[in-house]
Design a protein around this ligand. Structure first.
Ligand SMILES: Nc1ncnc2c1ncn2[C@@H]1O[C@H](COP(=O)(O)OP(=O)(O)OP(=O)(O)O)[C@@H](O)[C@H]1O
Ligand SMILES: [Mg+2]
Length: 350
């Protein structure tokens, strides 16, 4: 990983949706640099804004949503020019970004595949659009991609349709199509949630290989911190439309600072103790229609401080790579020990 070069930066990003005259504030002032070549995991509960945030990189927000403040800049274009993604309006401009610069893989591979076209044709189409190859050359290249993503007997499989593939194999095909577009950034939105555990691990392994082979920057979205431990270089923890903690994977697993990160770690299935109920984060995320005061997680944090209900914490720096938005890092804060699970992770590893 090249630690120095951001490929995409979001600054003070706000995204709102209009819903029958009311405004839902889905993304609330995100600042983030994504570095070239890294695997960045974005974790957080359902509704925390993981999909909305990353869809905004590709102009894929639903029609009732828009960026209301802040910027997203992309630095990976061939000509070296910065593209201000938050300023793109025309579909024509987005078509130059989608697939070609930034590609996305969704949870359900069926939604991204055309049931009426062979797998080979679908990959060849991506090759023709993005790689200046036509006809037979594109079809041959498609077979190469199928082989790359671990589909056995690719010549024969290329002639088959999506329904002839298992869930895991379909997700491999979707990865092949994404890679065939030659993107710089690959966003994987819960790519393995619908798959069983063994297949899940295989797909993550494949993403690791693809990242090296095709020089990809990968953004991996998940609600389960346990799943990404082996693949992520850095982890960003999202809560109520903001990144409340970010650090290297080691920092997030072994030295987490935000009470919400503690809660997420405690609720990982592998941290369960036999015979005991798995830890569940109590309460529900805040209502994003209402204005949020203080630390958004405070109402669910049994050890919240007074100030947590009054003032939003800024980022406090833990290390050059690690920061968290929690008043616990203020020098004046009382010392609150992380839960036992954090200690256990430190001792036993993940
Ligand atoms: N078109 C829309 N109109 C109104 N609200 C929306 C729209 N799309 C998303 N939202 C809201 O934005 C917030 C963030 O949603 P998002 O889909 O990004 O969550 P997520 O973290 O991806 O959750 P999940 O893990 O369930 O996929 C949620 O409150 C959601 O209801
Ligand atoms: Mg989502």
């Amino acid at each position: 990983m090249d630690n120095q070069t951001p490929i995409l930066s979001a600054r003070n990003l706000h995204i709102c949706f209009n819903l029958r005259g009311r405004v839902l504030h889905a993304i609330r002032g995100i600042d983030l640099d994504i570095y070239k070549g890294e695997v960045l995991a974005i974790v957080g509960e359902s509704g925390s804004g993981k999909s909305v945030f990353t869809k905004s990189f590709m102009g894929l927000l639903d029609a009732n949503g828009s960026i209301t403040e802040g910027t997203i800049d992309y630095y990976g274009a061939d000509d070296g020019k910065t593209i201000r993604l938050s300023g793109l309006k025309k579909e024509k401009d987005w078509l130059k970004v989608r697939g070609h610069e930034i590609a996305m893989i969704m949870q359900d591979p069926m939604t991204s595949l055309n049931p009426l076209k062979t797998i080979g044709d679908q990959i060849a189409e991506a090759v023709e659009l993005h790689q200046h190859l036509k006809g037979k050359a594109a079809r041959e290249k498609a077979i190469e991609y199928l082989r790359d993503v671990g589909i056995p007997d690719p010549e024969r499989r290329a002639k088959q349709y999506p329904h002839e593939f298992s869930g895991g194999m379909r997700q491999r095909v979707v990865i092949a199509i994404a890679v065939a577009c030659n993107p710089q950034i690959l966003i994987c939105d819960e790519p393995t949630t619908a798959l069983d555990v063994t297949i899940q691990a295989q797909i993550l392994e494949l993403l690791k290989e693809m990242r090296v082979k095709y020089n990809l920057t990968i953004v991996l979205i998940t609600h389960d911190l346990g799943v990404v431990a082996n693949i992520a270089d850095r982890v960003a923890v999202m809560y109520a439309g903001d990144i409340v903690e970010i650090g290297t994977a080691d920092e997030i697993y072994y030295d987490p600072r935000h009470p919400y990160t503690w809660a997420l770690l405690s609720s990982m299935p592998q941290m369960g103790v036999k015979g005991e109920d798995l830890f569940n984060i109590q309460g529900t995320p805040p209502n994003l229609f209402a204005e949020i005061r203080g630390d958004a997680f405070a109402p669910r944090n049994p050890q919240a401080l007074k100030i947590d209900f009054v003032k939003q914490p800024p980022y406090f720096t833990v290390s050059p790579t690690h920061r968290a938005k929690t008043w616990l890092l203020d020098p004046r804060a009382p010392k609150i020990e992380p839960p036992a699970v954090v200690q256990r992770l430190r001792e036993e590893g993940i």
